[in-house]
Design a protein around this ligand. Structure first.
Ligand SMILES: *Cc1c(COP(=O)(O)O)cnc(C)c1O
Length: 230
């Protein structure tokens, strides 16, 4: 099932890219494997998938130790400062940096380990109370604050768009994300590039691609519904 789903998602990504006049290879697919058993990750791996996203540190660390070494791990969930130590050096990209305090902790730990950590700034694009992320109007200021942290490279922006049954409703938020990236790029801030726009999930990734996403995070569409009741 995972293999078929993956093939379908990749086909859909290619179609959406092509329809938008974009290159399929400019869009990375993150398989969001949170709550799913190792066997399903292995199935995805067998089907050629190498990038996986997790939202809990514990789970990321555990799966990281059990999967082949060429898997690229992405931390996509809210990150507490006391767990930064376990993520730095393991995650290829931390998508969910939403405060200077957290960034400073990533900076400290990266310096300690002698590594440079790639991060994204998480934006609460619709200003939802229930969501993490900095407000759109604070994005440029936040970028400027991160610029001084020499063991961090800001690679772009991430957002979790509102939950909706009508993906088209999120188009305006994806468009706004793209505009923020353009505005930050125009500021020419040291250590900050806007190469990655991490947006679009199972329900709305095609629209996100049409609006410029370079990284879609797909869980349900690959692994099926999650069951949190266990
Ligand atoms: C769970 C999760 C996803 C994947 O959601 P689906 O709707 O299952 O594709 C993407 N991004 C983040 C941050 C998530 O927590």
């Amino acid at each position: 099932m995972v293999e078929e789903n993956l093939r379908q998602v990749r086909t859909d990504i290619a179609a959406a890219a092509s329809a938008a006049g974009r290159n399929e290879s400019d869009i990375m697919l993150l398989a969001v494997s949170k709550t799913k058993p190792l066997s399903m990750l292995q199935e995805a791996y067998q089907a050629g998938q190498r990038r996986f996203g997790e939202n809990k540190v514990q789970e990321l660390v555990q799966k990281c130790s059990q999967m082949p070494g060429d898997v690229e791990w992405h931390m996509i969930g809210h990150l507490q400062t006391n767990k930064v130590r376990q993520v730095v050096g393991r995650a290829a990209l931390i998508h969910s940096v939403d405060s200077l305090h957290l960034a400073q902790e990533i900076e400290r730990e990266s310096e300690r380990q002698g590594v440079i950590t790639s991060i994204l700034m998480e934006i609460n694009i619709a200003g939802e109370d229930s969501k993490y992320g900095i407000m759109p109007e604070d994005a440029i200021r936040f970028a400027a604050e991160l610029s001084g942290l020499s063991h961090i490279r800001v690679k772009g922006l991430m957002t979790v768009a509102p939950f909706t049954d009508y993906a088209e409703e999120n188009r305006k938020y994806f468009r706004k994300m793209k505009q923020i990236a353009v505005d930050i790029t125009a500021q020419n801030i040291d250590n900050i590039t806007m190469d990655i726009l991490s947006m679009g999930m199972s329900g709305d990734y095609k629209i996100a691609i049409e609006e410029g996403s370079t990284c879609v995070r797909v869980g349900t569409g690959i692994f099926g519904e999650r069951n949190y009741s266990k």
